[in-house]
Design a protein around this ligand. Sequence first.
Ligand code: UDX
Ligand code: UDX
Length: 447
Amino acid sequence: MNVCVIGTGYVGLVTGAVFADLGNDVVCVDNNEEKVEKLKNCIMPIYEPGLEEMVRRNLEDGRISFTTNTGEGVRRSDVVFIAVGTPAADDGSTDLSYVETVAREIAQHIDRYKIVVNKSTVPPGTGDFVRSILEANKRRRIDFDVVSNPEFLKEGSAIKDSLEPDRIVIGAPCQNVAMSLLELYAPLEAPMLITDVYSAEMIKYASNAFLATKISFINSVANICEAIGADVTLVAKGMGSDKRIGKEFLMAGLGYGGSCFPKDTLSMIHTARKFQQPFPILDAVVETNEDRVPRFLERIRAIVGDLKDKRFGVLGLAFKPDTDDMRDAKSVEIINSLAEAGAKFRCYDPIAMENAKPLLPDDVEYASNPYEVAEDADAIIIMTEWKEFRGLKLENMRDKMRRPLIFDGRNIYPLDRMERLGFEYVSIGRKALLAQATAPVVAPVTV
Ligand code: UDX
Ligand code: UDX
């Protein structure tokens, strides 16, 4: 099939590469010339495991091409995917201006029947919005259909998630249109769900909101665990073993970040209000998430004391492992806040340091390996659970530190190992290991 994907961000580029790999003829369009030039030369604008190899083999075989020319992409294709960003507006609603711009461009160039697919995460009703823009701006009497085909890929495992999805959701105005789109996905042999357009749009929002709810739920459980001396990782394991609950998305930590959950939860709340259907659970999910970093900062301040000229080593900057994405990364808020009080930083992230630099204070130092962050550090803060941090020789790091103190925002080390190695170790929802002289973070409670 001839496919056009507009927007070569995390979603669009992976989607285009995967369709090409499945044997389709794909044109990827982006209005960023520099990005398109790089992609033509197989230089990836983002880090995503396996993506470069996939794009390379499809470029070589002529199944994928890149252009800034929307008209060329639209004319060549039977199906046009819209995969541009949909950021949050100031009032929490979704800013659909990029979607609108692209819909107008498609309308200008549509020359025969096409299916226009919303791949971007958009609020319910956006299918109608896109349809109205196409209708109002098309230059000829040409028929088209608008479909919602939400994307569930996670950054860092986007290729795998796209090739082995839990489900494919197609929200179409009628069965025939849905069937044409299904053809594209047939080689994946994944469960398919055909719905109306509104329901498909809701599935995406409701899924992200529910996953965010799981995270805020376990983070609230973690707070109680800290107060009573329980271990949230064991609690999550026990809960997750119940199939009805499921093991995933029960990792307590610094709260959810990234480009999706923060804006999608706000957008869902906004949609609920718009239709006079308040969603108090989701209000609490957002509030709980917003409290994660201040709470963590409070613990750091309580234990480290005066921050002036205190040296912190930082492991991990990206909002999650296996990505260079810094959108809503908790490291930014934490480092900037401590730096304001005079703290100094040396940071290490395997991939995201370049993207992080513009977001962090100028005097932050960057290390070439994780061990360097330990030198003369008053404490290390772990922000992202990169796999390579789990295997570090912690005793080598301990010996370089002024104080063997680790604040672990992602619970990557077992408590008994840290105790054996003589670290002071403060993690999330677990007992804090602190030197006798230091006051406990949370006063013990008698139960
Ligand atoms: C995606 C989805 O599209 C978004 O709805 C979802 O919520 C998060 O994931 P993402 O791929 O992360 O967004 O967006 P981004 O990395 O910002 O990429 C969007 C691309 O579209 C950029 O390369 C931008 O240059 C391009 N673009 C934007 C256009 O080509 N035309 C425009 O008019 C606007
Ligand atoms: C998310 C959805 O998972 C995906 O289906 C959708 O298409 C896009 O949004 P993504 O934002 O790439 O994907 O990453 P995800 O792995 O979901 O993590 C989001 C945030 O939640 C990260 O900040 C992560 O650290 C946090 N998280 C995740 C937790 O704090 N605990 C968990 O158990 C899982």
